[in-house]
Design a binder for this molecule. Structure first.
Ligand code: SF4
Ligand code: SF4
Length: 391
């Protein structure tokens, strides 16, 4: 097969390894029709002419076999969509069988899935429990909040069905956490949201701020402002702080990780965009879920090795986008934590990598509030204050 992009020579140094996969067995196809979803109907969607998209058994086997080899001894498979449960529970069974068949002695394999929860039933939950999957459930808050934007193809709310899924996971003892999109429906309800998610027994929460714009660069009605997001984070921080040992809020964890000198879990706080890749239903690979676009395709697992894909020049080009710091970031006291935010948000609203991250104001608000107490906490836990005192 013709190689589409050149492979870089040794002069660029060590190839950044691909450390995790985000796999889309049903591509961007979903059983819901949430008002704010950015996946479908995108002009740049490379598969827009294909209404039905499913990963074949051949692609699945090739993916599992080659990635287990490449990522030995620790392999992480994360499934997302669209809606990954559209692939059916038999897909999960087949996947686990292949992992057992192709895994090597001593290999640790973990699986996770992000789902809207609507199709979860006893069969799914038994499998999640049996194979120890970690599940992320998309839930935006109590019923009136959630149902404002998250509806099915008929325009009906989905909260009740999501709650059935939550109950089913609880019944089977499945480990799960929450992914909550912050829109105009809930961004001013930090306390209500936090208490609601905690009332479901959820102790790991990821908030995703929503920023979508029309072709003229105007915010769509559900898009939140940077000030709203900043205020939300500050209020949530106050609620979370007394229970910080029991509850994990991904963004606060990530700031603490950065302060502790570790690589944060979220790519938004990384120096470059190259920690994970997206694998589409047909094996095509892209550097980021926000950039599943023809111009950013890195290769295909059916025809190329992971080492070849990892070394694609386009991957370096994408990774480097984030390193072109905006003048405001160059003099920002938080640059070493923030690294300029996320290029997706730097695109907002004018699709220009050179722009400042749309949510910069929010980041500064929460850093101003959270960095000092988190730094003290990290120093206390790592014993660094004692080392500093002795020196
Ligand atoms: S563009 Fe944003 S979401 Fe994508 S890899 Fe970079 S930081 Fe992560
Ligand atoms: S807080 Fe704003 S100015 Fe500072 S690094 Fe982040 S995006 Fe740049």
């Amino acid at each position: 097969m013709a190689v589409e992009f050149p492979i870089l020579s040794e002069r660029l140094g060590t190839t950044p390894r691909i450390t995790s996969l985000l796999i889309k067995p049903a591509s961007a196809v979903c059983n819901l029709d949430c008002a704010y979803c950015f996946y479908l109907d995108r002009e740049a969607d490379p598969y827009s002419a294909l209404p039905a998209r499913r990963m074949t058994e051949e692609t699945l086997e090739r993916l599992v076999d080659t990635y287990l080899f490449y990522s030995y001894p620790n392999s992480t498979f994360a499934f997302q969509g669209g809606e990954p449960t559209l692939a059916g529970p038999a897909f999960l069974e087949r996947l686990v069988k292949l992992q057992i068949q192709h895994g090597r002695n001593g290999q640790s394999v973990s699986n996770a899935m992000q789902t809207n929860g609507v199709l979860l039933d006893d069969r799914w939950c038994e499998l999640f429990k049996q194979f120890n999957w970690l599940i992320g459930i998309s839930i935006d808050g109590p019923e009136p909040v959630h149902d404002l934007y998250r509806f099915n193809k008929q325009g009906a709310g989905t909260w009740r069905k999501v709650m059935n899924g939550v109950e089913c996971m609880k019944k089977h003892g499945v480990e799960f956490n929450a992914l909550c999109v912050l829109s105009q429906a809930n961004v001013e309800k930090a306390g209500e949201l936090y208490r609601f998610l905690r009332s479901l027994g959820i102790d790991y929460i990821q908030y995703i701020p929503l920023s979508e714009f029309d072709g003229l660069g105007q915010p769509l009605p559900f898009t939140i402002t940077p000030e709203q997001y900043g205020q939300f984070l500050c209020e949530t921080f106050d609620l979370w702080w007394p229970e910080r040992r029991k509850v994990r809020i991904r963004y606060f964890d990530n700031i603490a990780e950065a302060l502790a000198g570790q690589k944060p879990g979220s790519c938004t706080l990384h120096e470059t965009c190259d920690s994970y890749v997206v694998v589409e239903f047909n094996g095509d690979v892209y550097p980021c879920d926000f950039f599943v676009e023809k111009d950013w395709k890195l290769g295909n697992v059916n025809f190329e090795s992971w080492a070849e894909i990892a070394r694609r020049q386009r991957r370096y080009q994408f990774a480097a986008k984030k390193t072109i710091a905006h003048p405001e970031c160059q003099v920002c006291e938080y640059q070493a934590i923030c690294h300029g935010g996320c290029p997706k948000h730097r695109h907002d609203p004018g699709r220009n990598f050179q722009d400042l991250d749309y949510f910069c104001t929010a980041y500064k608000m929460i850093y101003r509030k959270a960095v000092e107490p988190l730094k003290k906490e990290v120093e206390r836990l790592t014993g660094r204050h004692r080392t500093a005192a002795k020196a």
